[in-house]
Design a protein around this ligand. Sequence first.
Ligand code: PLP
Length: 368
Amino acid sequence: MDKRILVTRSSMPPMEEYFEMIKPLWESHWLTNMGKYHRQLEGKLKEYLGVNQISLTVNGHMALELAIQSMRFPKGSEVITTPYTFISTTHAIIRNDLVPVFCDIKDDFTIDENKIEELITENTVAIVPVHVYGNPCNVDRIQEIAYKYGLKVIYDAAHAFGETYNGRGIGTYGDMSTFSFHATKVFNTIEGGAVCCNTKDEYEQLYNLKNFGIRSEELIVSIGANAKMNEFQAAMGLCNLKHIDEELTKRKDAVKLYREKLSGVKNIIINMYKENMTPNYAYFPLLFSCEKKRDLVYENLMEHGIFSRKYFYPITSDAACFKNKYKSVNVNKARDFAKRVLVLPLYSGLEEEEIVKISDLILEVLEK
Ligand SMILES: *Cc1c(COP(=O)(O)O)cnc(C)c1O
């Protein structure tokens, strides 16, 4: 076992399956522009995710950026969001000429719904929360607040592919939800993403935004970017979707073994899933009692060729490009958690003995 272990490894279908799938493209020469596979994958995902409408995009970031753009908020409006996320979430807000207002998180790493109302001003137009590590945001309370103040809710569900909460697909909550199908995510289309929405009209608006507003050869109805998913991506998605159940089961087993090895250990907290939640086991985070212990474990693993990740660290409001730029609110818990969190390697091909080795290396540091 002297190979390097990275925090994640992209799932790939058997090579022949993918080759069979892309072969016809050499006959049709139809490589993109909402081809057969793009449309097939939209249909299959709509069903798998249990959503009303889904629009596939070139990546997860553009899914979120276009979802926000489709709501046509006035320039300079405020959007309440979490800093405990991948930088993409915050960039998507700012690149839409909107102002992020950072709200702190709670113990489950998701936005603290009890702190949202105090951040609402007359300029607030939306809430952009993020589902984190298999923990759903408090979708019911967030929806109540949104109704009360007339706000839109757009979930960054980039991590949450295939998860259900209270028997509903996670992508059905809020006005829109976006997924990432990046190579490092549970389900990948190499690069890719999707926006889930409720109405046909929203679907059409997203279509225009991802395809230059072009409806036919001579009809351009609105201003749009280019953010379409191409046929090679969609083909990868169709292949990977065939294996998704097996993929999720293997991840679940890996998490089970990590838990067996690490639960009850002093100085770490293991993420617990909510009742009524079906997680996808995308990440296995540990929360350490202090930054020093986290860093020691990180280094010990690295010395043995194992690459865990401080994820999410730093919080997005502390990113060099945003520091001191936006209203400074209290995001102490998010900042504190970011300093103490470590995401362990987790993917479907991770071997049992590798999990045991990783766990032992962690115990070695903590028991010193
Ligand atoms: C991965 C990710 C994104 C961006 O998705 P890409 O497909 O990489 O563009 C956005 N938000 C979160 C929380 C993510 O983890």
